[in-house]
Design a protein around this ligand. Sequence first.
Ligand code: KMH
Ligand code: ZN
Length: 288
Amino acid sequence: MTETSWRTGTLITVAPTGAESGKADVPALPVTLDELVATAKECEALGASVIHVHIRDGAARPTLDLGRLRDTVAALRSTTDLIVQLSSGGAVTDPEADRLRVLDAAPDMASCTMGTVNFGDDVFVNRWQFVVALHTRMQDRGVVPEYEIFDLGHLAALERLLGKYGLPHGGHVHVDFVMGVPGGMAGTAETLVACRHAMRELPAGSTFSATGIGRTAIPVLLASLAAGGHLRVGMEDTVSYAKGQPVESNMQLVARAAAFARLAQRPPITTGQARELLGVPAEVGNGG
Ligand code: KMH
Ligand code: ZN
């Protein structure tokens, strides 16, 4: 049997919670630390290798509380081998100082959104100077970024960022196309191919994953697999499994992504292979 490597397999990121859905509207959303850890373990067993984390407070509201973030990183590290990626995006209402402080929780990775985008009825603000602060602080702290691309111009901003401030910690550039946000780029195969094409301006060997918000989830997933990309799935992005059918759990979405990846003959890679791919150092003593 041929062994799957990160070159031939698919990296699956699970984004289980997000900052937008309410627990009352989406009861299956993991909002407590116990729910998050249970979800993380099950998603890892199904093929996820990265977890993109937003946390909630005692009332299930989005929070960037540093103590809770540290506890979350520690709990995920002690119970799973997943790469822990904290969101520095938070909620659209979070101030820049709180978003930068996320890095004090010392995650393996953190998101770094490459520009401002209309976000439904809101605006997700990412000023150039703030992006620079995030990128350079991640370099200083040894945190590997995932660059979030909501629009084609964000790739040009990334090229400018790397040209002026250098490669990220670990030396590997990985971007995530967040497609189908109302106000951002469309969640279509054509748009994904345009993004893939624009990546030619990034350092050789740069990689991408993609996620489609809401009903764009499946077209984006299929397009990404076909274009040699990786996948992000989860209830941060998708709360309907099919028309009129609410998602039952994050595991349901990871299982579907893993099945599609196997059908595409690019099966899910392990957490060790994902670390190799992304330039994230191996953790000692991880795993439950
Ligand atoms: N919740 C969105 C405003 C990220 O995690 O870095 C931002 C977001 C991106 O989800
Ligand atoms: Zn997020």
